[in-house]
Write a protein that binds this ligand. Structure first.
Ligand SMILES: [Zn+2]
Ligand SMILES: [Zn+2]
Length: 269
């Protein structure tokens, strides 16, 4: 069966023949480009793009497609004694990426923050025979079925002694962040878009739609902050390159939530 990939968001679909609209782009949180819906295939994508690698800190590497494709997020490869975890996903899985990950020991799990980064997760899972952990609250947004998908419903899901998925909500009902102890034990948050690192890397923000600039309510942001509060971390790595908070991450999230809530409340007075 032909796999089609949405050029605007990177989501993959099975049935190419009758596909007109990408459900992820048609959602109020994304957008269909003014030039209209366009599609590519994994093969075409690999002809004009490649993946680059960057070590963010010991045990953590970023994988990013160049030139930029679709939303242009990065995937993160977390290396732990219990196996490698792919955090978030990108559409391009080329032969070089497969060979590099195989050489690093393959994948023991894939975990994704929210539907904008589901992309071609089904193909990554099949290539590395690895389960995909998705929060059940976002089940409706899976656009291609896969036997590798495992839905979870708890507030947190322990993947290993060092890695836990935490349900944050906010941007999506099932919005998930990954908490890792880090090799130094100081704690690391892999944030996706659930906690969005700001350009100064000294704050984060929280939105329902980033491209369409639609906010979350004060209550929703308070809820995300409360869900993350029990987890200690120094560093935060967001979905995009340069979204790297190097210290005081937990304090930054708490302060940023208070700043956001104060701002929203001052507007509604
Ligand atoms: Zn799309
Ligand atoms: Zn998003």
């Amino acid at each position: 069966m032909t796999i089609l990939v949405c050029s605007a968001c990177g989501t993959s679909f099975d049935d190419g023949e009758h596909l007109k609209t990408c459900r992820i782009c048609a959602d109020e949180r994304q957008y269909v480009p003014a030039s209209g819906q366009a599609w590519t295939t994994p093969e075409k994508l690999a002809l004009a793009h490649r993946n680059t690698w960057l070590q963010l800190e010991p045990g953590l590497m970023a994988i990013q497609t160049v030139p930029a494709f679709a939303i242009n997020q990065r995937a993160l490869l977390l290396r732990t004694p219990a196996g490698n975890v792919l955090w978030d996903c990108i559409a391009l899985l080329d032969e070089a990426t497969k060979a590099i990950i195989d050489a690093l020991g393959g994948l023991s799990a894939i975990a994704i923050s929210h539907p904008h980064y589901y992309t071609t997760m089904q193909d990554w899972a099949a290539a590395f025979d690895a389960p995909i952990y998705l929060h059940a609250a976002d089940k409706e947004w899976v656009c291609r079925p896969s036997d590798y998908i495992r839905f979870w419903e708890e507030d947190a899901l322990v993947l290993s002694s060092a890695v836990t998925l935490v349900h944050g909500g906010g941007h999506f009902a099932g919005g998930t962040v990954l908490h890792w102890t880090g090799e130094d034990g100081q704690g690391v948050l892999l944030a996706g878009d659930i906690v969005q690192v700001t350009p100064g890397a000294d704050h984060v923000s929280f939105m329902w739609s980033y491209p369409n600039m639609l906010p979350l309510s004060a209550e929703e942001v308070m809820d995300v902050a409360e869900r993350l509060a029990p987890w200690p971390f120094e560093r935060i790595y967001g979905a995009f390159s340069h979204q790297n908070v190097r210290q005081a991450g937990q304090d930054i999230v708490a302060r940023s939530a208070r700043r956001y809530i104060d701002r929203i409340k001052s507007l509604s007075r």
